[in-house]
Design a protein around this ligand. Structure first.
Ligand code: NAI
Ligand code: AKG
Length: 528
């Protein structure tokens, strides 16, 4: 098997390339390409490792015909079109903790720099002035810091600020009272935060809800003399309003590590404004953080490409490298069961239930669900896989339920897939023989044992003598060799099911002849 190929398209610590190679991937490091150059190259790669410069747009994803995983060496993934990547079946991962301490420290550094106007004092002193009387700072001790966003980075900022003897208030809709107490912060709403804070530090992702969260109106109503730090994302603060309010003195200082457009225009209105300082998106730029995120992204991506392990994916449930091999035969079983109901159930499918029984109940449900849905929807899409299948199912309004029963039934491990159709519920079930051989054990209420593989023929017929001979003769006359042959029946003399595998696709006219055989009620060729 050829090695997975990874492209590192942004400047990244060399440990990333080393880890990819050590873990069985071929790796190219090609940075600074234009979007067109990247689009022309990306088709060769299974993995793309990025920081914030590479923009993974729909055009790049359309060109990325082999891409399986994008790894962001960092936290924010707003440079990746995740819905589009999900639609294409590409896993998107980040490294959620590797640069949090570093970024929190940068926020604190910017807050201190604002409080004592260090950059301007430094510049003027080095320019030959001794402007001692021009700079009168403020102490942070006893002041209130308002945190907008109290996740990983916000929490670290809180702990550092408490160490500086500040009072910390936080606005975060997902912050519970218990967690606030644990962090030593007071949970408040945004307007209260802005009316009480002497310093505000932003630590949210950029989303539709957070865009422009410090709007002109909010800034105008904030406590006079407030100082603002943004080490999260440009677009959270209205930059034009910030300029006006710095000029008027309502905002006493602002420090931006990030801008709405990066890099900002050379004549950005905020440049040169008194009490405004900035850095060029340096929040994560320490040796320690860059080694952390480079190692982590390469380990995660290689683990996925080589072993199927999924860690820190934003569009897929996690799956440990230990669990991945255990799940592998179940995934095959799940995909085959999904494919079987997809090929056999008629009409509009409205709901699907995926039950895990016995040993299967102890496995992660989401990957199995993804595999069943991928199998089911293969009939509708060539590009479906377990990453994009849940999104496609949702788009189609399919009601998906996962159920687990710890008790064992007739089999010590079982997956049952039931779809709701206009004709009622239709169900198939399968198990593993040994630890890794998937087998169908029930089809629409009829017990049967069969491996689902290759070209198959499913026939429902009247349970009467002579039928097996008739179908064998028909296939033989048409030069079709039977590989395996499986029978099941509801009750003697009632309805019987025949599932056989053959060595080649069955031509339509042979299917038609099979339909015409005496006692045949239904014939369907199947592909796995
Ligand atoms: N300047 C830089 O170099 C870096 C910037 N970042 C940025 O920092 C951001 C935060 O990172 P983490 O703390 O690790 O993320 P996180 O996901 O741990 O925390 C984000 C917090 O924001 C909160 N939040 C979401 N919507 C909100 C809203 N409408 N109002 C208030 N709070 C809201 C969430 O509940 C969560 O607690 C990242 O999304 C990234 O964009 C991260 C690393 C480096
Ligand atoms: O990679 C970088 O330098 C930027 C880090 C960042 O913004 C993030 O991790 O969200």
């Amino acid at each position: 098997m050829s090695k997975p190929k990874v492209l590192i398209s942004d400047k990244m610590d060399p440990n990333a390339a080393r880890i990819f190679e050590e873990r069985g991937c071929d790796v190219d490091v090609i940075t600074g390409e234009t979007p067109e150059e990247l689009a022309a190259r990306i088709g060769e790669y299974d993995g793309l490792a990025i920081r914030s410069s590479t923009k993974v747009t729909p055009a790049i994803l359309d060109a990325a015909t082999n891409l399986k995983v994008i790894g962001r060496a960092g936290i924010g993934v707003d440079n990746v079109d995740i819905p589009y990547a999900s639609g294409k079946g590409v896993v998107v991962m980040n490294t959620p903790f590797g640069n949090s301490i570093t970024t929190a420290e940068h926020a604190i550094a910017l807050m201190m720099a604002l409080a004592r106007q260090i950059p301007e004092a430094n510049a003027r002193t080095q320019a030959g002035e001794w402007p001692k009387s021009a700079f009168m700072g403020v102490e942070v001790t006893g002041k209130t810091l308002g945190l907008v966003g109290a996740g990983n980075i916000g929490s670290i900022v809180a702990s550092r600020a408490l160490g500086l003897r500040m009072k910390v208030v936080a606005y975060d809709p997902f912050l519970t009272e218990d967690r606030a107490v644990e962090l030593g912060v007071e949970k408040v709403d945004l307007d209260t935060l802005l009316s009480r804070a002497d310093f505000v530090s932003l630590h949210t992702p950029l989303t539709d809800q957070t865009r422009n969260i410090l709007s002109r109106e909010r800034l105008e109503n904030a406590k006079p003399g407030i100082r603002i730090v943004n080490c999260a994302r440009g677009g959270l603060v209205d930059e034009a309003a910030l300029k006006d309010l710095l000029d008027s003195g309502h905002v006493a200082g602002a420090a931006l590590d990030v801008f709405e457009t990066e890099p900002p225009a050379k004549d950005h209105p905020l440049f040169g404004t008194p009490n405004f300082i900035c850095t060029p998106h340096l929040g994560a730029s320490t040796t320690e953080a860059q080694v952390n995120v480079a190692l982590q992204v390469a380990e995660q991506m290689a683990d996925f490409l080589v072993n199927g392990g999924v860690t820190n994916a934003l569009n897929m449930p996690s799956l440990s490298a230990e669990e991945a091999p255990k799940l592998k035969p179940y995934m095959k079983l799940a995909e085959n069961l999904g494919s079987l109901v997809g090929q056999l159930a008629h009409g509009n499918l409205t709901k699907i239930s995926i039950e895990r029984e016995g040993a299967a109940a102890g496995l992660s449900g989401k990957p199995i669900e993804g595999a069943v849905l991928a199998g089911l929807m293969k009939q509708y899409s060539d590009t479906v896989n377990m990453v994009n299948a849940p999104f496609l199912a949702k788009e189609r309004g399919l009601d998906v339920r996962s159920v687990r029963h710890e008790r064992e039934g007739a089999y010590n491990t079982l997956i049952r897939v039931t779809v709701g159709t206009e004709q009622g519920d239709r169900s198939v079930a399968g198990t593993l023989f040994g630890s890794d051989a998937p087998r169908l054990v029930e089809i629409f209420g009829v017990g049967i044992e069969a491996e689902l593989a290759g070209h198959m023929l499913y026939i429902v017929n009247e349970d009467a003598p002579g039928f097996i001979g008739r179908i064998g003769t028909l296939l033989g006359q048409n030069g079709i060799n039977i590989g395996t042959f499986h029978l099941g029946r509801r009750d003697a003399g009632g309805e019987a099911v025949l599932l056989l595998s053959v060595d080649q696709p069955i031509p339509q006219d042979v299917v038609k002849q099979a339909c015409d055989l005496e006692g045949v009620k239904f014939v369907k060729p199947l592909e796995f």
